[in-house]
Design a protein around this ligand. Structure first.
Ligand code: GDP
Length: 369
């Protein structure tokens, strides 16, 4: 019977035999909770436990239903994205769904990016990256929901663009949407007026509305997990050395052809061809980075994954799928992005390979910094 249940966070089949395995839920919890919608694997539960308030993760189908309904309204769309995982936060087809409604992009977790990066440059980068995804935002705001940074200016910007209409806040899970909504609630005086409502016909979700003083409201919408992230393979303390909590200190490595970097045991970067030049690594400051010869890298990984190369820790290594290789010919300075883990900035005229656990994307983008 349990074989038919799936974690609604990561989609892994629910099992109760291997506590460290994908989709683990204690047998007692499965018995208590037989509704498929109610089941999260332990990992997703923990991931979600970092949340101050919990977001509701929807299936793609329900999420599309909601987007379609929002598209039929006359409103301002606020799309919250994670600056640390921009491509992982993009909602495919958002522009098409919301039609003529303006979209305001809110880049959250600004606190993780180096202070030296000019914010105007970052905004330009977001706008261009959004354009490449088919999004035409009316504006781009940078905030840190967690640090309560720039929330006031965001609210002013929202008020400017909503022009007396409702506001729908959309975002995939883990971008910090709940944290932002919590901050906004804290800043509003009339908390007693908060309305919970079944806003989306055809779904059973009670969502929070924060009223403006003109009959209109800001409406929170559920998130959807739409991309396999590196961090889905990690649990507990492993997350502390892979998910950055503070400003990332970029690390420069002078690499020549035939050299490899390991990012814990989660990812591998091969510098295949190019001048001896610096690559810059942007990952959690606590993540162990190891340099080795590419010719020796496979053996090195075999020997040290889970020990010298962490995370995952040794006991959790069996849950990590094998690393899969993606090769890139780089014509202009670019970021090689390991979804959810960070990125490596590489110079032009090089050939590199990025490796990530099977199912996790390695992609190339215009350099952010
Ligand atoms: P949601 O799924 O979009 O509602 O995301 P949450 O609000 O639950 O946040 C997801 C994770 O991102 C949590 O671990 C938060 O602590 C973290 N987070 C949220 N806002 C920020 C921020 O501004 N900066 C940083 N560094 N982390 C944040």
């Amino acid at each position: 019977e349990n074989e038919e249940l799936y974690c609604i966070g990561c989609g892994a089949p629910i099992q109760s035999s291997d506590p460290k395995g994908l989709g683990y839920v204690p047998a007692s919890a499965i018995q208590k909770n037989t509704e498929e919608e109610d089941l999260y694997c332990k990992r997703c539960f923990r991931l979600r436990h970092y949340n101050e308030v919990s977001d509701v993760a929807l299936t793609d189908d329900d999420f599309l239903k909601i987007l379609t309904q929002i598209g039929a309204t006359d409103s301002l769309i606020v799309n919250v994205v994670d600056l640390f995982d921009f491509s992982g936060s993009v909602i495919p087809g958002l522009q098409r769904f919301v039609g003529n409604n303006p979209i305001l992009i809110v880049g959250n977790k600004e606190d993780l990016l180096p202070k030296s990066l000019k914010r105007s440059k970052l905004r330009d980068w977001i706008r261009q990256s959004a354009n490449m995804q088919g999004l035409r935002p009316v504006d781009v705001a940078l905030i840190s929901a967690k640090k309560n940074h720039m929330i006031d200016s965001l609210l002013k910007l929202i008020d400017k663009y909503r022009e007396g209409r409702d506001v729908y806040v959309v975002g995939v899970t883990n971008v910090g949407k709940s944290t932002l909504i919590n901050q906004i609630i804290k800043q509003q005086t009339g908390i007693s007026e908060l309305i919970t409502t079944s806003r989306f016909p055809g779904t059973t979700l009670d969502k929070i509305e924060i009223p403006f003083d003109d009959e209109h409201s800001l409406i929170d919408t559920p998130g959807v997990i739409h991309q396999q992230q590196m961090t889905h393979f990690l649990v507990g303390k492993e997350l502390n050395i892979a998910v950055p909590q503070k400003e990332i200190k970029p690390k420069v490595y002078q690499l020549g052809s035939g050299q490899t970097l390991f990012l814990g045991a989660l990812a591998r970067f091969d510098y295949l061809k190019g001048e001896r030049k610096g690559v810059v690594v942007y990952v959690d400051n606590n993540l162990m980075i190891h340099r080795t010869k590419t010719s020796n890298a496979a053996i090195f990984y075999e020997k040290h994954a889970g020990e010298l190369l962490q995370p995952p820790f040794a006991e959790n290594m069996k849950n990590l799928p094998p690393l899969v290789r993606f090769e890139f010919k780089i014509a202009q300075k670019s970021d090689l992005v390991f979804a959810g883990l960070g990125w490596i900035t590489v110079n032009a005229d090089t050939i590199v390979a990025g490796w990530a656990p099977k199912g996790v994307a390695v992609t190339l983008r215009r350099a952010m910094i």
